[in-house]
Design a binder for this molecule. Structure first.
Ligand code: SAH
Ligand code: SF4
Length: 385
């Protein structure tokens, strides 16, 4: 190694924040231990495994609690690393029990996470964000009005699950007694535009020595980034949800503008090829009910015809309004008439009950104040919220 590099290193280390090990893979932790000189290469994997178990299985945020690690080693770990949770800027609870957290991952980097209890049979779903903002502009979606600030890292996605587990007090709960049983990537952002982080986060939260949420209980929702579908299935084995929302390209081009790049026929072909798709592992089609826009009985029949050869579930989402939204939710009668047609075609209970509307926590209502600003400008406004 050259002298120049050796000199440069301590300088960089002195200005950098200590690395947070809380949401990292075992491999990343092991590499960090070696790099910091806390463990020799031969020991690093074993040590990383211990740290990983404490953080991912027990939810520990203090090295001092790691009782199977020698005191001196714990002290060395605390000298070099941290086990931080991101800051919770705001926590709101809906009258229906839905909880929403606004989480600050770094100055100016904020996203929302929502816990929806009892979505059926004693299960509860955590709706996580994959990006701060979104590059896409679906016209009915609040997040779509917020420009992309940046992708979240895998650790930041994992941190959302950890924050929820802390809040629900579930680190010690027996698996059968946990309320947080499912994870859905239906928060802010388009997960397939951040697939590396989504896949890594999924590896961590599904690991059965950690948070242990089975991949069958993780759903990734996409607006239809067709070229990434196969990779999503191969890398994550997650359940797939597709934001369809229209049965013609003409309308879908308006509602979900990515349709102009990947029209419905291409989307359906991509879905048919999704790895593992079967009657036991169906794709969920999400269809937001917009008054007078996409909610006619003719469209319900067209929807059923369109999906006829695909192992599918249909999820009708009553439109959740947000300040300034250009649409209204279809009437209850209209939604039920639509659902009856879908039901008659063999799809069970297709209407999704809106949850957390009173705290703007329902589908498509999430948005943070984060904006893409230059670091210098951000320093001046960091006290905002
Ligand atoms: N970007 C991904 C995942 C996040 S959105 C996607 O688009 O699939 C999660 C779901 O909420 C999507 O089906 C989305 O279309 C839907 N949605 C967005 N805005 C909504 C709103 N205002 N009311 C109801 N559903 C909405
Ligand atoms: Fe982005 Fe999904 Fe909202 Fe469309 S619906 S703007 S893809 S978050």
């Amino acid at each position: 190694m050259s002298t120049t590099l050796d000199l440069a290193r301590p300088k960089a280390a002195a200005t950098a924040e200590p690395l947070n090990l809380s949401g990292l893979t075992r491999a990343r932790i092991a590499a960090a231990l070696v790099e910091a000189g806390v463990a020799p290469a031969a020991q690093a994997r074993m040590r990383a495994g211990q740290i990983w178990g404490w953080t991912q299985h027990h939810g520990v945020t203090d090295f001092a609690a790691m009782s199977n690690i020698a005191k001196e080693t714990r002290a060395a770990l605390a000298d070099h690393f941290v086990l931080d949770r991101p800051q919770i800027v705001e926590r709101q609870q809906s009258v229906d029990g839905t909880t929403k957290w606004l989480i600050r991952f770094a100055p100016g980097i904020e996203a929302e996470t929502v816990f929806i209890p009892e979505v059926g049979g004693g299960t509860g779903a955590l709706c996580v964000s994959s990006q701060v903002g979104c590059t896409l502009n679906c016209t009915f979606c609040h997040t779509g009005t917020q420009a992309l600030v940046r992708n979240l890292t895998a650790a930041e996605i994992v941190a959302q699950v950890q924050v929820a587990r802390d809040d629900l007090g579930e680190w010690r709960a027996a698996p059968g007694q946990r309320r947080l049983t499912n994870v859905v990537f239906m928060g802010m952002g388009e997960p397939l535009y951040n697939l590396d982080s989504v896949a890594e986060a999924l590896d961590i939260v599904s690991d059965d020595q950690g948070i242990a949420i089975s991949r069958r209980r993780v759903t990734v929702s996409t607006s239809g980034v067709v070229p990434k579908l196969t990779e999503l299935g191969e890398r994550t084995n997650a359940m797939l949800a597709i934001s369809l929302h229209a049965v013609t390209d003409e309308l879908r081009d308006v509602l979900v503008p990515i349709n102009k790049a990947y029209p419905i026929a291409d989307l359906l072909a991509g879905i048919r090829a999704y790895p593992g798709l079967s009657n036991a592992r169906r794709v969920t089609f999400e269809y937001v009910m917009l008054k007078g826009v996409n909610d006619s009985p003719a469209e319900a029949r067209a929807l059923v015809r369109l999906l006829a050869s695909i192992p599918a579930k249909i999820n009708l989402i009553p439109f959740n309004p947000w300040p300034g939204s250009p649409y209204e939710c279809s009437s209850g009668n209209r939604i039920h008439a639509f659902a009856d047609i879908v039901n008659a075609a063999g799809y069970a209970s297709p209407i999704r009950t809106p949850r957390g509307r009173d705290i703007l926590a329902a589908c498509g209502q999430l948005k943070s104040e984060s904006e893409k600003v230059r670091a210098s400008a951000r320093r001046g406004t960091a006290t905002g919220g």
